[in-house]
Design a protein. Sequence first.
Lengths: 116, 709
Amino acid sequence: MAVIRRERDGNKEIITLSGDLTVSHARAMRAVLHEAVQGAAEVAVILERVTDVDVTFPQLLCSTHRTAAALQKILSVRGGEEAPVSLLLRNMGFQRQVGCRKISGADCLWRCAEGR
Amino acid sequence: MTDADSSENLDFNVLREMFKGEAYELVAELEHALLVLEEAPRDKELVGRVFRALHTLKGSGGACGFDDVARFAHEIEAVYDAVRHDQLEVTSEIINATLAARDQIKALLDEQYGQGKAEREVTDVIIGRLRQLLPPGVLPAGRKPAEPAIAAAAPVRPTTYRIFFRPARNIFMTGTDPGRLLEELQTLGSSRAVAQLEGIPDLKGLDPEQCYLAWDVVLTTDRGIDAVKDVFLFVQEAGAVTIEEVDLDGFMTGGAEQKRLGDILVERGDIAPEEISSVASQQKRLGEILVEQGLVHNDRVEAALTEQQHIRELHRERQKTEALSSIRVASPKLDMLVDLVGELVTVQARLSQTAAGTSNALLLSIAEEVERLTAELRDTSMSIRMLPIGTIFGKFKRLVRDLSRSLGKSAELVLEGEETELDKSVIERLHDPLVHIIRNCVDHGIETPDERQAAGKPRQGTIVLSAEHSGAHVLIRIRDDGRGMNVEAIRRKAAEQGLISADASLADQELLSLVLLPGFSTAEQVTDVSGRGVGMDVVKQAIDGLRGTIEICSRPGQGTTITLALPLTLAIIDGFLTRIGMEHFVFPLPLVDECVELSAAHATSSGRRALLTVRGELVPFIRLRDRFAIAESRASVEQVVITKVDGARVGFVVDHIVGGHQTVVKNLGSMYAGVEGISGATILGDGSVALILDVPKLIMSVEREEAAV
C-alpha cells in the first residue's frame, strides 16, 4: 500500500510518499503530482519508509520533472537514498552522467556525482 | 571413415573428456543448491544457482552430444524457470523430484562415461512428476533444448553483448515487470543497464500504467547467446529486442588503448565517423559536445559511456583473474609428480649424506642448496594435491536428509571447517568411513522427534561434521546430540562375546573403543542401515589404513562425538626412525607417545604378555627383534618406543632410536601385501630400506596370537 501525504507551505507543496511505490498506485500518485505541479511554484517530494518500488515510479518522477521544467516550476526529490529506491535506480539504469536534454543537465534528477 | 571424420571424432571425445570433471561438479553443485534451497525456499539467488547448474548441464551436455542429459535438464529447467517468474513456489515435492532428477542425470552421465547403465524409464517417470508440478499453461511447449550445434558454440570464454530492449507499452498490464527481466540478465553475468528516458511524456500525456522506457544493457556472460535470448522469450513478440556481440578485439589485450567513446557511438550506429572527426579537435569532452550540438541524444551518449566503463572494468577484472587463473590437470599426473618428488627427496638425502662425509666445501654448499630447493619443491607439490574437505562433506547433507526421512526422524547436518585442506588421496579414502559413522549417528544416535521432545530436546536432531587443522593432522569430528552410547550395554555385550571378562576393570574410553572391534554391535535390531556390527569395524580399518586414529566420547542422553585424527598426506609422513641390529624401522610419529629404556627391574610378564612398569603404569610391550626374527645380538641397553593407539599404550622394543625422519612412503608391492604389521617402506639416505610399521595391525596380530594360545 502507498501512503501519500500532502502539506502546503506557502507556495510550496510538500508530498511525502511511503509504502509501495508501484504500478498499482501509480495512477493515484500521478494525480497528486499533477495537481501539485499545476498549483504550486515549488514541489518537494519526500520519500520515506519505502517498502517496494518499480520502474513506473522513476518514470512518473521523470515526467513530473519535465512538466515542472516546462512550467518553470521547481521540483526537488529527497530520500532517494532509501534502500529500495536507490537499488532500483542503480540496477535499472536511471543514474545519469550527462543528464537530460529536455532539462539542463545539471538539474537532472538522476545525475550522479561521478559525472563527466 | 575419412581423416576429417576421425579428427572430428577425436575432437568430440576430447570435448567430452574435458566436460567430465565439470559435469560431475555441476551435478554436485545442483544437489548442494537444492538442499540449501529446501531450507530457504524463497531465496531467489538459490533458485538462480539451481537454474544455472541445469542450464549449463543442458548447454554443455548438448555440445558433447549427451542429448538425453540436455533434454532432461531442459525439462527440469522449465520448473525452475516458473519458480523464477513467481509462477510456482518451491515445495518439498519439487525438491524431492529434482533430487531424483539429479540422481538420474548422474546415472546418465555415468553411462556416457562407461560407468554403469541408466534406466531410461526413470527419466520418463521423473519428467511426468515434474510436469504435474507445473501450473497449467506454464510448460514452455515451444522451447527446445539447445541444439548441439548451437550449444557447441556456447562459449567457455565470456562474451560481451549489447542488448537493446524496448518493452511493449502495456507490459505492466500483462503482469510482467521489465525490471525482473533486467534482474534476470544480471544473474547471467556482469551487466550494466541504462534506461532510455526520451520517450517519457509530461504528466498530461502520461498514462502511469504504461511503459515509456527502453533499456540499453551491456552484458558480459559465459552462458552464450541462447541464455540471453531466453530472458526475453515471453516478451519478444510484443516488444523490441536486439542482441549483438560487442567487438572487443584489440581492446582487451594487454597494452591496447581502451575503447574510445567515439568508437562506441559509431559502432552502435548513433553517429557517422565523419561527424565524430569534426568535433574531435575541440577541447571539450566529446559527449558534452555531441549532446550540445544535438548530434547524438544524451541517452545514447549515456549508454555509450556506460559501455565504455563496463569494458574498462572488464579489462581490469580480466587482468586480475588472469593472474589468479587455474588450470585443470588430470590427477594421475599429480600423483606422478608427487612420486617423482619422493624419489628426489630420497636422492637428495643420499647427496647430503655423501657430502657430509667429505671435506669438499663446494659439494657441501651444493648439497645444502639442493636440500633447500627439494624441501620447497616437496611442499609446493604436496600443496597442489590439497583439496578442501568440503568436496566430500557436501555429499553427506543428502545422506542425512534421505536417511532421517526413511527412519521417521528429523535431523540436520551442520558443516564446519569445509575449507580445511587435506591430501586428495586421504579425502578419497575418507568417504566410506564417514558414511558409516553418519549412518550410525542417524540410526542409533538421533532419537525420534517424540522421544526427543519427551527428553526436553528440540524435535530435530543435529549432527555436526567439522574439520580443523591440528599440527600435521586434520581432526574430523562427527558430533550428534542424540541418546549417546550405553557403556553398560557395551560392557555386557563384550562380556557375552568373550571380548572381555565379566569383571574386567576398563575405563569408559576403553569400553567405547570396543565398538571398533569386528562384529561388535549392541543394536537389538539389525536394520537396513546399521546394526550388523560391521560398520565401525570398516571405519577402524579404513582409518588405520590412513594412519589415523579414532577417539570416541559419549554421554548418555547428550550425544556422541567421534574424532578422527588424520595425517595431512599419505605420500610423505613424519616418521620416527629406529634400528634393530642392521635393520631400520619407522614408526608413524603421531602414534609415538614416549621412549624409555628397557631395564630388567621394570620388566615383568603376565602369562605370555611382557609388561613394563612406567611411572607405576603397566604397559604391555612387544619385542620387534623376535617379531621380525632378527638374529643379530641385542644391544646392551634396549629402548622401548611406547605408542598410543585408540587410547591404549603399547611398547615396542628396539636397539637404537635414530630420531625424527621425513619419510617418503613407498608401496611394497603385491608380493608383500599379506605381510601383517608393515604398511610400506622408505629409502634412507645411504640407500638402505627401512620398513614402515603398521602399529595398530601389529598390536592386533600379537593379541590374536596370544588369544589363540
